[in-house]
Design a protein around this ligand. Structure first.
Ligand SMILES: CC(C)(COP(=O)(O)OP(=O)(O)OC[C@H]1O[C@@H](n2cnc3c(N)ncnc32)[C@H](O)[C@@H]1OP(=O)(O)O)[C@@H](O)C(=O)NCCC(=O)NCCS
Length: 119
C-alpha cells in the first residue's frame, strides 16, 4: 500500500471515513490498463464501499475526490474498466468508451477532467 501511494503523483489511494471508521477506498494507478486502450490513463481502480455504508454518497465522493486530485496533478482524463458498475459511473459523469461484451470483456469508461481553476 505504501509503495502504491505517492504524495503528489500517480499511483495514489484515497480512503473515505464515516467518523472514525474507514468505509471505502479508490485508487488511481497506471497498471490497471486495458489492452484495447493501452495508450490511455491513468486508471481508476479498487473502488469499494462497505455494504453498510452504501447509498450514502460515499462512492460518488470518492470518485469526485480522485478526479480532483488527478486534475490537480495535471491529468486531463481518467479511465477505468468495470464489469457491473457502469451505470454508477455514468451517473458520476463518465462516458462509455467500450461496452461490456457477452464474451466477458469489461466495459471501459472515460472521464474528461477540468483543468484546476477552470470552474
Ligand atoms: C459501486 C459502489 C462503489 C457505489 O458506492 P456507494 O457509496 O453506494 O455509491 P453512492 O452512494 O455514491 O451512489 C449510490 C448510487 O449508485 C447506484 N449504484 C451502486 N452500485 C451500482 C451498480 N453496480 N450499478 C449501477 N448503479 C449502482 C445506487 O443505486 C445509487 O443510485 P441512486 O443515487 O440513483 O440511488 C459500491 O456499491 C460498491 O462498492 N460496490 C461493490 C464493488 C464495486 O462494484 N466496485 C466498482 C468496481 S469498478
Amino acid at each position: 500500500m505504501a509503495r502504491r501511494n505517492e504524495p503528489d503523483a500517480v499511483p495514489f489511494t484515497l480512503v473515505a471515513f464515516l467518523g472514525p471508521v474507514p468505509v471505502g477506498c479508490v485508487s488511481v494507478c497506471r497498471d490497471d490498463r486495458d489492452a484495447d486502450f493501452d495508450a490511455e490513463g491513468p486508471w481508476l481502480s479498487g473502488m469499494f464501499v462497505l455494504g453498510s455504508a452504501r447509498d450514502l454518497g460515499v462512492g460518488r465522493a470518492l470518485v469526485r475526490a480522485a478526479e480532483e486530485r488527478a486534475a490537480a496533478m495535471g491529468h486531463r482524463e481518467l479511465w477505468l474498466h468495470t464489469a457491473e458498475a457502469h451505470r454508477f459511473y455514468e451517473r458520476c459523469g463518465w462516458r462509455v468508451a467500450r461496452v461490456r461484451s457477452a464474451l466477458g470483456r469489461d466495459a471501459v469508461m472515460c472521464r474528461e477532467l477540468a483543468a484546476p481553476g477552470s470552474g
